[in-house]
Design a protein around this ligand. Structure first.
Ligand code: SF4
Length: 452
């Protein structure tokens, strides 16, 4: 539900709707949340660091998994024009120029002006029902992608448990790979998790009436019993909730499991599936350990043909190693679109920043330039055809520019020499632990890799 007027720019919207309330008001603080039920943490959007949900509040008030004292204090700050420090991402952009647009307008305009007015006027300690929610039940996952870590994958936990920490990593981000991240999973899989219990209690009493979008992430959500419990609720309570459902899945599933999923969602009003891949065939399987490329692609086709999913999305995490085959991968996605239609699939290119030694910036100049040229040729072939969305064209152009201009993965990242060294230190250990062969898989990088 957009509340921005069609003729209005984002700046005009900000001035009319947000600035007239206060200099720091943002609708996401009331109506949006990401909640990690495994670790008992929440945040308002992806920018502020997550904070702990106090357990003692949950017995009487399950909505306290969102309405924490910290968020209530930050809502008060936003109602009175003060800036919560966790939202520094937005303040930094806004301070760079009076016309710069941070995420605040984008994250607010998905709610109606009436909802925003209500949020602004409510006493700040009022419990609010969410409109948009991203939730992770636990970190169970059958993949251990190179850019992931034990906080989000039980297969990654096994790697560290069986082989110990990755050694000799010195750049920022090294701690992703040195311990088990036990704080990400406070309860065993057979234990009762009070955060999960609170979620279902809130969902069944109230949340299913007000929530417009629920996105389930993980781990791999389709390996979590809690996801299936929620799917059963939808199936058994047909028509009771209008919530749009989105599932992040690696689609590394046996067909029987996917058929079961399709059976559960078939009659739901709106289900979208988000999956991830960014490279082609064996290079993709190297990066996303656990992936069988053709199983993944067949599952994508199966979901499309099932007619049960409203929209499929492929999220590409642009890391250094995907640059060699990203153009071929995008061509494969174009084949899919040509077979099933422009709107059957969207592809987003999300540039990896952490761990910084896996950033595309670390790749040698020639590899980045070759990828940029191949992407330009890709655009020459497809930009004026009828299969690419404008957003996809913008993402490809943004990546081409990034490959040619970015000097560092993020502010404060380690020096490129250190990142290169960590790149090699990491993949040498990854090869042994995962039974892989870097040089064989990425032969075009052999000269550079051997010379580090
Ligand atoms: S102000 Fe910015 S960082 Fe804070 S919740 Fe809104 S969009 Fe997120």
């Amino acid at each position: 539900m957009r509340s921005k007027r069609p003729e209005e720019s984002f700046l005009e919207y900000k001035q009319r709707v947000l600035d007239t309330k206060s200099a720091s008001f943002c609708g996401a603080k009331w109506y949006n949340a990401t909640i990690w039920l495994g670790s008992g943490q929440t945040t308002s959007c992806h920018h502020p660091l997550p904070h702990a949900i106090p357990l003692d509040k949950l017995t009487d008030n399950p909505s306290a998994i969102h309405n924490t004292d910290q968020k209530k204090m930050e809502r008060f700050m936003m109602q009175t024009g003060q800036r919560p420090s966790g939202c520094e991402y937005c303040w930094r952009i806004e301070d760079s120029s009076s016309t710069a647009i941070s995420d605040r307008p984008y994250k607010s305009m998905i709610y109606s002006e009436e909802e925003l007015n209500t949020a602004f006027q409510l006493p700040s300690d009022t419990d609010v029902n969410l409109r948009t929610l991203e939730i992770a039940f636990d970190r169970t996952c059958n993949f251990a992608c190179s850019y992931c870590n034990p906080a989000f994958s039980t297969t990654w936990v096994k790697d560290i448990k069986n082989n110990g920490p990755y050694n000799n990593l010195v750049s920022d981000g090294r701690n992703h790979f040195t311990h088990l991240h036990d704080s990400s999973q406070l309860y065993g899989f057979t234990d009762t998790n009070p955060y999960v219990e609170a979620f279902f209690k809130w969902w069944e009493t109230n949340l299913h009436k007000t929530l417009r979008e629920l996105r389930i992430t993980g781990g791999e959500p389709l390996m979590s019993g809690h996801t299936w419990k929620l799917l059963d609720w939808f199936k058994n309570n047909r028509g009771k909730s209008q919530t749009k459902l989105a599932i992040n899945s690696n689609l590394g599933l046996e067909r029987a499991k996917l058929e079961e999923f399709v059976d559960k969602i078939r009659d739901l009003p709106h289900v979208e599936v988000y999956t991830s891949c960014e490279a082609f065939k064996d290079q993709a399987e190297y990066i996303r350990d656990g992936l069988n490329y053709y199983q993944w692609f067949d599952n994508l086709v199966y979901l499309q043909k099932s007619g049960a999913v409203k929209q499929l999305h492929v999220m590409a995490t642009i890391n250094g190693l995907c640059l060699l085959s990203l153009p071929d991968f995008l061509e494969h996605m174009m084949d899919f679109k040509m077979g099933y239609g422009r709107d059957s699939l969207t592809v987003t290119l999300n540039i990896l920043r952490f761990p910084s030694f896996q950033s595309p910036v670390v790749m040698p100049y020639g590899i980045k330039e070759e990828c940029a040229i191949a992407l330009e040729k890709f655009l020459e072939r497809h930009e004026h055809g009828s299969y690419l969305h404008q957003m996809e064209i913008e993402h490809i152009k943004r990546l081409i520019k990034y490959l040619r201009t970015a000097k560092s993965p993020h502010d404060g990242a380690s020096h490129i020499d250190l990142l290169e060294r960590d790149f090699k230190n990491f993949y040498e250990q990854y090869d042994i632990r995962r039974n892989k062969d870097f040089i064989k898989t990425f032969s075009a990088l052999e000269y550079w890799y051997s010379g580090i």
